[in-house]
Design a protein around this ligand. Sequence first.
Ligand code: LIP
Length: 250
Amino acid sequence: MLKTAIIAARAAGEILRRHFGSSLEVDETTRFDVKLRVDKLCEEAIVSILRQAFPAHAVLAEERGSEGDSSHTWIVDPLDGTVNFFYGIPHFSTSIALSLEGRMEIGVVYDPLRDELFACERGRGATLNGRPLRVSAVREPEDAVVAVGFMKDDRTVSRGLRALSSTIHRVRKVRCMGSAALDLAYVAAGRFTAYYEAGIRTWDIAAGEALLLEAGGRFSSVETGPHTHNVFASNGLVHEALAPGFPLNP
Ligand code: LIP
């Protein structure tokens, strides 16, 4: 199953590399978001690979929503960081997770421009391009680099801003990179110390959650709506000290 997820993520990555920097077909724009035709192309490629290998499994994907009913659900974000992609900012990813009765079994996050493949299987550790991954050893908030994401509505943006302004003076740096899947993969890889986002969708974080847990991190979340969560994730060591600045209550 991990091999199939990797094949699917690389197939989407190939499509993304081909389209990046060219004129793009926009399906829809909203105040804080764009929807691109390439999102759908990638999703179709991923889902057809997964379905061919596992026809009985269910799928939850950003563009199509929920399909099928099974204990096994593939959770897919074909292009995480769509706005970055649209503006030519080279930081986006494909995210594929497998949940078994609600628990993440497999996580793959692929950054096609850097050719970085983060992958894990529950209980077997996480890897980056085949090499084992571990969260950072940072213990003190003042040494931490924290990623904060801003979702697509005023409420969650205001919430992110409040968290940011209360924390930015306590940590070394805050980063807003625009791809939750990569933010979590970077915490897993020890690049970031922690990550916070309010109102983030299940497909943006499922694979990242799996990676982070396998790399020794800690993941706290509260479901605030259908497929929607407030998330604070960290290397574990700074969790208690920083969590109060990143409230999860709805
Ligand atoms: C993106 C997230 C990002 C968030 C954006 C957006 P998408 O996902 O990963 O962290 O701040 O608003 O939701 O929509 O590009 O898959």
